[in-house]
Write a protein that binds this ligand. Structure first.
Ligand code: MN
Length: 502
């Protein structure tokens, strides 16, 4: 179990009714206990499951769900109908429930005991119809949920529950997410902007502005001894270009980068912030664009978006949170430049400086070079190319009447060296191929900034979109432009109607 999730829990609530007598009630309880113990012992769930008893009446259901709402450690609720559980009983409780819901369509008994099955067995093992009754009321009430269909001992089903748990934990994490912005949006940029009030209502993000002068005040108090210690950490973790080493011509620039990192960390900690943005046009009082700090802080889970992009900063934090303990990493990235090469056409992903070193394929290298924009001193940065393999690139855009999450499955391929462009980079072919993938992304209105992950799959962000109640558009090997256009048109109508229905 990940340490990160060790304080969290997911509640397991079994549905039944009192029609079948006292023996049935006792058996339902015993079976539920055994299932929850089995799930916890499986090693496939990152968060512990807590059995909260069997509910047999409307008042019990409402009481349990209200308690879930009021328990901060509880990040979600799993329900399962062991016997038939008439669903009108669930209406008031479900009206109350504010936590993510997973409906587990399982059964205590695995295979039908053909020779011995009698009516007592049937009175117990009724999820075949009990879960359909429950599913109906959720659909009738237009409640988003995840459905996992699997025997409870099956590894694949347990894995699906585990994925949902990670998303539920990240959802809880986002509900008090403070995003600090130094400066505003880069002037005139549309796609990274959006409605911050709606974002707080819908996604939990709280976005606050601070003048860069406030950061400069913190920076001016950073001691040389703290800087020396951090530079030592850099030397342990990365290769150093000669001019960055002790007595090298650019040593001072590395020290200034360390000063900015210490200041940024102190500032964000003091504000309780989980994410931040910078703007290369708004750096008065800083020595250089704090690119190295952004790189290293992403690795520690701070959401980051460049040029004031608070939506991507927040989405990175969420994707980092979900994928804690996973091996390959995630990063903020920008569609940098294109490589037309037939079927192998690809997009080079990079940024001026700010790419998370967790996605590097080899040890990152500390270098200092001039930066063409911003008008500041030469910034330090980690230079590397990235791992190969599949991943997902995601963004949230504001369409005026709603948020849309766009997810593209991409295949990262081997990149060539960039001796004259000393930045960290990744190279990928969007699915289903560059031609369709790039067109689909732009038709959907996607950003040039993304939050990228090797470890997460589309399913994680599908669950996230369900929890948030926002639109999701997926671009993968099944995408056809004609179908996608229809989907985008249909969604316009659906989201208008959906508001009216709720
Ligand atoms: Mn950018």
């Amino acid at each position: 179990m990940e340490k990160a999730f060790s304080n969290l829990e997911v509640w397991f609530v079994t549905g039944a009714q009192l029609l079948y007598g006292g023996d049935a009630v006792i058996a339902v309880d015993a079976h539920s206990n055994e299932m929850v113990s089995g799930l916890n012992a499986s090693g496939n769930l990152p968060i512990k499951v807590v059995y909260k008893g069997t509910v047999n009446s409307a008042s019990e259901i409402t009481k349990t769900f209200k308690a879930a709402n009021n328990t901060p450690e509880c990040v979600g609720v799993i329900t399962w109908m062991h016997t038939f559980s008439p669903a009108k009983m669930w209406i008031h409780g479900l009206q109350e429930l504010k936590k993510p819901l997973l409906h587990f369509h399982t059964q205590f008994n695995k295979e039908i005991p053909w020779d011995t099955m009698d009516m007592d067995f049937m009175n117990l093992n009724q999820s075949a119809h009990g879960d359909r009754e429950f599913g109906h009321i959720l659909t009738r009430m237009r409640i988003n949920r995840k459905i996992v269909v699997s025997h409870w001992q099956d590894k694949k089903g347990q894995g699906e529950i585990g994925e949902w748990m990670r998303v539920a934990a990240a959802w809880a994490d986002a509900q008090d997410m403070i995003i600090v912005r130094f400066g505003d949006q880069m002037n005139n940029v549309a796609v990274t902007d959006g409605d911050k009030v709606e974002a707080e209502l819908r996604l939990g993000y709280h976005v606050d502005y601070y003048p860069i002068a406030d950061l400069v005040k913190v920076q001016d108090k950073v001691k040389d001894t703290d800087i020396a210690e951090l530079v030592k950490t850099y030397e342990n973790e990365y290769d150093f270009a000669d001019d960055c080493k002790e007595k090298g011509a650019n040593r001072k620039q590395v020290k200034e980068a360390a000063r900015a990192e210490i200041a940024l960390r102190r500032f964000l900690e003091e504000k309780g912030a989980k994410a931040f943005t910078t703007n290369f046009d708004d750096l008065a009082g800083l020595d250089q664009l704090p690119g190295l700090a952004c790189q290293r802080m992403m690795a520690d889970g701070y959401g980051f978006g460049a040029e004031g992009d608070w939506k991507t900063a927040a989405l990175f934090r969420t994707m980092w949170f979900m994928s804690q303990g996973m091996p390959k990493g995630c990063s903020f990235l920008e569609d940098y430049t294109l490589n037309f090469n037939g079927e192998k056409s690809a997009i080079l992903q990079a940024h001026m400086l700010e790419v998370c070193p967790k996605i590097a394929e080899t040890k990152p290298r500390m270098e200092v070079h001039p930066l063409g924009i911003g008008g500041k001193n030469d910034p330090a940065r980690l230079v590397f190319t990235s791992k190969q393999g599949p991943g997902i690139a995601a963004t949230i855009i504001d369409l005026g009447n709603r948020f849309r999450l766009i997810v593209n499955v991409v295949d990262c391929i081997k990149s060539k060296k960039l001796p004259k462009l000393p930045v960290a980079s990744n190279l990928w072919i969007p699915q289903p191929n560059f031609k369709i993938g790039a067109a689909a992304w732009m038709l959907a209105g996607g950003t040039h900034h993304t939050s990228f992950s090797y470890d997460l799959t589309v399913e994680y962000l599908e669950d996230y979109a369900e929890m948030a109640g926002i639109e999701i558009v997926i671009i993968d090997n099944n995408t056809k432009l004609r179908e996608l256009k229809k989907e985008l048109h249909m969604n316009e109508v659906y989201y208008m109607l959906n508001k009216a229905l709720k």
